[in-house]
Design a protein around this ligand. Structure first.
Ligand SMILES: C[S@@+](CC[C@H](N)C(=O)[O-])C[C@H]1O[C@@H](n2cnc3c(N)ncnc32)[C@H](O)[C@@H]1O
Length: 287
């Protein structure tokens, strides 16, 4: 009996199947070099001395912690990263921390825990000069009680004269449901980063966002990250900071480029601003 010839089917994985979502996230969303420069400059301007201890809440792959210890070689400069999820922490150990020299690695401490846990001391009891919570991560807290508790815990982790730095996003474009923003990323994957505003409820201000990545072979890493957040406003956040005991909070608003009419990446203290369809700002709380 003649044997049927077997043809071997070689299945190639798509770019999406081969993609590393944390590497893509860092490339698309984060600029640790800029953040560390901004934070260091901010502290020096306000305190007339360099900051040493940085704490990064909701640190994920703790790219900012790694950049902090790399950029600040002065004795006593350290970073602590706190996140609930062991997965991004493990990724960060393999890909971010491992790239630093051993002596520098020692200056990063990681805590897998809740940012609201007051018992988490910042590196041998010394408070943080700067505590930073980035990429709107504190929006995970969806009512005033939860957010105030987080702000109280954050305050307890600061050194005397420490700064608590939060970023915020707003403008009417952020409230548009079922809206996607696409950004081409550099690199050989030819990936596109997609910020998907899936849902917004005007009664509760609860919103759902996704991050997808699309590739040049037509494949897609859908919902690489999903966020269920409350969209807080600047005045609400500042009132809660005050209720949590901070003496002052200042909004750092982005300047406008004369050439393009777009944001110029330079943030300075402001009391008032003109309406803006989509803005990112920092809030700096102290005292
Ligand atoms: C949007 S990611 C932020 C990652 C990174 N810090 C950045 O700026 O891009 C939010 C992170 O917050 C963490 N997270 C959420 N709730 C938390 C909590 N209560 N305590 C600590 N980490 C939390 C998640 O595990 C996730 O890694």
């Amino acid at each position: 009996m003649a044997r049927k010839k077997q043809t071997k089917v070689v299945k190639h994985k798509t770019l999406a199947q081969r993609a590393d979502k944390y590497a893509l996230y860092q490339q698309a969303v984060q600029e640790p070099g800029h953040e560390v420069e901004f934070l260091g400059r901010l502290y020096r301007r306000l305190r007339r001395r360099p900051a040493r201890v940085l704490r990064e809440d909701f640190c994920g792959t703790f790219a900012v912690c790694c950049e902090w210890v790399k950029a600040n070689k002065v004795r006593g400069c350290r970073a602590i990263g706190v996140d609930l999820d062991p997965e991004p922490l493990a990724w960060g150990r393999r890909h971010n921390l491992a790239k630093l020299p051993k002596s520098v690695q020692k200056r990063v401490q990681l805590v897998q825990g809740d940012v609201r846990d007051r018992a988490e001391s910042t590196l041998s009891g010394a408070g943080a000069d700067i505590l930073v919570a980035q990429n709107f991560s504190f929006w995970i807290f969806r009512n005033r009680k939860e957010l105030r508790e987080y702000f109280e815990a954050a305050r307890s982790h600061l050194a005397p004269k420490g700064l608590f730095v939060l970023d915020m996003l707003g403008g009417h474009e952020v409230l548009v449901e079922d809206h996607q923003d696409e950004h081409r990323m550099r690199g050989k994957l030819g990936a596109t980063y997609v910020w998907d505003q899936a849902r917004f409820d005007p009664i509760t201000h609860h919103a759902r966002f996704h991050i997808h990545f699309r590739f040049r072979d037509g494949s897609e890493l859908r919902r690489a990250f999903t966020y269920d957040w409350r969209l807080w406003s600047l005045p609400e956040v500042r009132e809660l900071l005050s209720e949590a005991g901070f003496a002052r909070s200042t909004v750092y608003w982005e300047g406008t480029s004369k050439k393009t009419g777009q944001g110029n990446g330079v943030y300075s203290p402001r009391h008032k601003a003109a309406s803006d369809p989509a803005w990112i700002a920092y809030v700096v709380a102290e005292g």
